[in-house]
Design a protein around this ligand. Structure first.
Ligand SMILES: [Zn+2]
Length: 385
């Protein structure tokens, strides 16, 4: 199917409108919403067209049909119509509302995955995304009480999360920054060592519990990052900071080939041996345990592109767009079945000859939009800012 036909016949305009508009007739959530299109010019290079806004979904659809964009992005709701932004003074053109969005991309996991690099993705490294979705999903729900999160495949090697609860949409940039700061617990390093205050915040403990369960399968078995002595330096350097005797013994032992899983188990075994020799005290044992916990978080805790989340003016590719390079449709992902989602088998323009392939994803989206709109307690006066 070509892209024009896709946007004419398969893109779910009605649900898309209800998702962003939160009501059946156009409100400012739609009419004052910024859209941006990426289109090809005659010379084959991209043109980025910002500040687009539309009075109705029909006018939006006509524009899409006319431009046949490579992709389009969704921005904030402004105090004036984005298409009028040059007609009003800057202080009257201010972003007021936007879904709280998160961008998770496997290219940020390149130093933690061995199966693929860069633009590649496979079912093994996709499990990093699945764990990140579990951790973030629990934070959204249990720490912030957000209930309406739309997860969408970003088209190649990541996901976008759209937190659509009214409370989340009205956060200003500074509040979004604070929220990101709360979530980004694995960002602070001192001398190459992760710094997370202990005792842990209950949220960190819960995230760790989610990650720990998956560490053996995803990291030790599937990624097997420390399968030779040479590539065990990450682990050895961490252990050297804990205890020299432990480091020396393991450095010696790991000259012989062994798997990452065997090495991970060697750590505790060797720690017991040197403790019996009086070379590891209780404090040292505690630091060792914390170091191992940090490694679990370092590998599996979500790695986020923060700028996308903090600035309301930042635009993000719409769900159901087609990724221009892969031809993949950016389909929603049901978080309850995220484990079985296979990024290498999503519908593509090439496989979409039969529209029924898209049906399960349309159904996820429709259900999400219905529940979101049911939760919107929007008195008629709130249509005006
Ligand atoms: Zn992979």
């Amino acid at each position: 199917m070509d892209i024009q036909k896709y946007y004419e016949t398969l893109f779910p305009y009605r649900q898309f409108f209800l998702w962003l508009n939160h009501a059946a007739v156009p409100t400012r959530d739609f009419t004052h919403r910024e859209f941006a299109f990426t289109v090809l010019n005659g010379q084959g290079s991209d043109i980025y067209v910002r500040y687009q806004s539309f009075p109705t979904i029909e006018t939006f659809k006509r524009k899409v049909a006319m431009l046949t964009p490579k992709r389009f992005e969704i921005g904030a709701v402004y105090t004036a119509k984005p298409s009028d932004h040059k007609l009003v003074s800057p202080e009257k053109y201010v972003a007021v509302n936007k879904e709280l969005v998160f961008d998770l991309d496997l290219s940020d996991y390149d130093s933690f995955r061995t199966c693929c690099q860069g633009k590649q993705v496979c079912l093994k490294c996709w499990q990093f995304v699945v764990v990140a979705m579990d951790v973030l999903g629990a934070i959204f729900d249990l720490d912030f009480g957000y209930k309406h999160i739309l997860w969408a495949f970003s088209g190649r090697r990541g996901v976008h999360a759209w937190v659509c609860d009214t409370r989340a949409r009205s956060l200003d940039d500074s509040q979004r920054g604070q929220l990101l700061n709360y979530i980004q617990v694995t960002q602070k390093y001192e001398k190459g060592k992760l710094v997370i205050n202990r005792p842990w915040h209950p949220s960190v403990q819960r995230s760790f519990d989610i990650c720990k369960v998956k560490f053996d399968q995803i990291v030790l078995q599937d990624q097997n990052p420390w399968n030779t002595h040479a590539n065990s330096s990450y682990l050895l350097n961490k252990l050297k900071q804990v205890n020299e005797a432990l480091y020396a013994k393991l450095n010696e032992k790991w000259q012989e080939p062994s798997t990452s899983r065997e090495k991970w188990m060697d750590i505790d075994q060797t720690a017991r041996e040197i403790a019996a020799e009086g070379k590891l005290d209780t404090l040292g044992a505690k630091v060792l345990l914390e170091t191992k916990q940090d490694i679990v978080l370092e590998f599996l805790y979500p790695k986020l592109d923060t700028n996308v989340s903090i600035s309301r003016q930042h635009l993000l590719k719409s769900p159901f767009c087609v990724h221009p390079d892969t031809g993949n449709v950016c389909v929603p992902i049901n978080p309850l079945t995220s484990r079985t989602f296979d990024p290498t088998k999503v519908p593509t323009l090439a496989t979409l000859a039969d529209s029924s392939i898209l049906e399960p994803y349309l159904s996820v989206f429709k259900q999400f939009v219905t529940e979101l709109n049911r939760s919107e307690k929007r008195p008629s006066s709130s249509l005006d800012f």
